[in-house]
Design a protein around this ligand. Sequence first.
Ligand code: HEC
Length: 148
Amino acid sequence: MTPRWFPLLLIFGGALAGCDQQREEAKVAGRWYTAGQVSDGARLFAEHCAACHGARAEGKAADWRQTLPDGSYPPPPLNGSAHAWHHTLSVLRRSVARGGIPLGGKMPPFGDQLSPAQIDAVIAYFQSQWDDKIYSAWEQRGGVDVSR
Ligand code: HEC
């Protein structure tokens, strides 16, 4: 026999699933990503990127424009103060997946360690550090060049 609280379970279950979906789907105002992606990305960024790019993507080198003795560049900030906003979303995805070594740089590739969804999440995280002015300049340059 079905217990009497069964309908209640359905209602609660449904409400919880609804909340979760909302968390997943609501875009941060004016941005391509959701708050859920930013929080997943924050965790992944701390684990995989912060050692080189700084905990809040602020960079670590005194001057990221100054080449190192071997001719390569230090890891730049990704918080909107350097060049990252000159690259569209598909270029950013590719740089994270392939890294910089094929281009004579030093950044390791992450395509084998992070799924495409995880790469989007780390991008969402560092873009969450961009102020609205940088973000809209990026958008106007055609930053969101993939259908989402
Ligand atoms: C071992 C240090 C290191 C780690 C770890 C690292 N990077 Fe980098 N990253 C660099 C360096 C150095 C560059 C500059 C280009 C080059 O030398 O390859 C760079 C460049 C970039 C760029 C291009 C920025 C621009 O202005 O053109 C992006 C985007 C980027 N990294 C994102 C990430 C993300 C996201 C992660 C974590 C998943 C990460 N990096 C982890 C060292 C690192």
